[in-house]
Design a protein around this ligand. Structure first.
Ligand code: GTP
Ligand code: MG
Length: 243
């Protein structure tokens, strides 16, 4: 076979050097916030959603990955994030992907009606958001996957089968012994149904490069070379908040 043949299959997306992926993450800036799905702007760049139980560490993870202290609002008090918050990524004002920080679920003190309403918003988002490219499901392995995490995995399963990317991110890994971390990884691999599993610690900056590289690959399935290019007008040129 001629290796230079134009008919040769396309190479899988290249893994960028860690510095490219972390540099890309560092470009994150606030785009918009929405209390409900229909307030979200329609975008045509890849969107990566951070979901999981309240207090799992979603906002902290976004801050750690983007190397910014307070881009996403993190707090000891569960239920801090109450809107869908979008952050743009890309060089020099050119948005080539968006991160979405979603409110957590399963916080006991939230009134039942609010819980049900939020679960509906979330399920709708995961099923209907057209530019959704990947989901990062954060889970504190000391608690394991909750019933609501399992429901979420069920909800996205058809989309994962059609190519939606999934990462089960085991957070607060600094709280685990080496043996516990190994065990958490193997349990996670059984549960992640088609997705990847990684350990992460905001405290120790564990997993930052690996996760940044993975998200970069999700957002640049064609390789993207060293300098990412915009994939469309992105609607991000209109950062007007809904309210
Ligand atoms: N030890 C440790 N604590 C962490 C880590 N990541 C987050 N936390 C702590 O966990 C708590 C919750 O973090 P958040 O990032 O606000 O959690 P969240 O998932 O965004 O929570 P909601 O917005 O309520 O859904 C905070 O007190 C963080 O400091 C970590 O890697 N290690
Ligand atoms: Mg949060």
């Amino acid at each position: 076979m001629n290796p230079t043949s134009p008919a040769a299959p396309a190479a899988p997306p290249e893994t960028p050097a860690p510095v490219i992926a972390t540099g890309w993450m560092h470009t994150a800036r606030f785009l918009t916030t929405a209390p409900q799905l229909h307030f979200l702007p329609a975008l045509d760049v890849p969107e990566i959603a951070f979901v999981g139980r309240s207090n799992a560490g979603k906002s902290t993870c976004i801050n750690t990955l983007t190397q910014q202290k307070q881009l996403a609002y993190a707090s000891k008090k569960p239920g801090r994030t109450q809107h869908i918050n979008l952050f743009s990524l890309g060089k020099q004002g050119v948005t080539d992907a968006v991160l979405a920080d979603l409110p957590g679920y399963g916080y006991a003190a939230v009134p039942k009606q609010d819980k049900i309403r939020w679960q509906r918003v979330m399920a709708n988002y995961l099923v209907t958001r057209e530019n959704l490219t990947g989901v990062v499901l954060l889970c504190d392995p000391r608690h394991g996957l909750t019933e609501l995490d399992e429901i979420l995995l069920e909800v996205i399963r058809p989309r994962v089968e059609e190519g939606l990317k999934l990462l089960l991110l085991l957070t607060k890994a600094d709280k685990l012994t080496r043996a516990e971390a190994t065990k958490a990884l193997s349990i996670g691999r059984l549960q992640a149904g088609g997705g990847e599993v990684k350990l992460f610690s905001a405290l120790k900056k564990q997993g930052v490069e690996e996760v940044s590289q993975l998200l970069w690959r999700w957002a640049h399935p064609d390789g993207g070379a060293v300098a990412p290019v915009a994939q469309g007008p992105a609607g991000a040129g209109n950062p007007a908040a809904p309210n």
